[in-house]
Design a protein around this ligand. Sequence first.
Ligand SMILES: *Cc1c(COP(=O)(O)O)cnc(C)c1O
Length: 236
Amino acid sequence: MSLTARIAENLATVRKRIAVACGRANRDPTEVTMVAVTKYAEIEWIEALLTLGELELGENRPQQLAARAALFSDTVHWHLIGHLQRNKADLAVRHAALVHSVDSPRLLAAIEMEAASTGRMVRVLLEVNLSGEKQKHGFDKDELEATFDTLHGHPHVAIEGLMTMAAYADDPEAARPTFRELRTLRDRLQPRCPEGVELRRLSMGMSGDFEPAIEEGATLVRIGSALWEGLPAATS
Ligand SMILES: *Cc1c(COP(=O)(O)O)cnc(C)c1O
C-alpha cells in the first residue's frame, strides 16, 4: 500500500471515530477540529496529509514548527501544542495560528510584547495541568482560578479557551473525569471574562482518548500516532 493510501485509510478511520463520538454526544462533527500532530512525521507524510485536504497541523516544539511552517504554504494552520519558553515566544507569534500551551502570566506577557512589536494578534489557549503530574506543564487549576482576572488586558492576545492533557492510561475512560473537569472549569471562568472574551475552545483528547474528550466537549482534538499507524518509524 502506498504511503498516501495508508495515511488516507488512517485518516478515514479517525474521522469516522470522531463522527461516531459526536453522534453519541449529539454534537455536530463540524464543531470538532482535528489537529494532525506531525511532531514524529516525516516531511513526505505531511505532504500526503496535505494532499488529503488536512490543513490544521500541530507541532510540540516551536523551532520545528517554525522550520516546517517555512516549508509549506500559508494555507496550513500550525498549532503549537507543546511547551513554549518565553525566549521562543517570537517563533510562536510569527508562525502559530493557535498557541495551545500558554502556562504562565509571564509567558502571556512575553507573547503580548512580541505580538505588539510585529502588529499581530495572537490566538491562545491556557493550558491547565489537571493530572497533577510534575512533568506536565500548565497552570495549576487553583492558581488559574486565583489569577484569572489578571490575565486580560493584553491587546494583541486573544484568549480563546483552555487546553489539557490527561494522564496516560490504557483505558480511554480513565481520562474522562479530567476532560469533564476542564469543561466545568471553563464554565466557571467564562462569566468572569471581560466583554468580548469567549472561552469557546477546549483542546483535549489525543489518539488514545479523543472519544471521551469529544463526548465531554472538546472542540480541538490533537491526533498524532493514530494517523501514522503502519508507517515506518520516523527517523528524526
Ligand atoms: C504528541 C502530542 C499529541 C498527540 O499524541 P498522540 O498520542 O500521538 O496522538 C497531542 N498533544 C500533545 C501536547 C502532544 O505533545
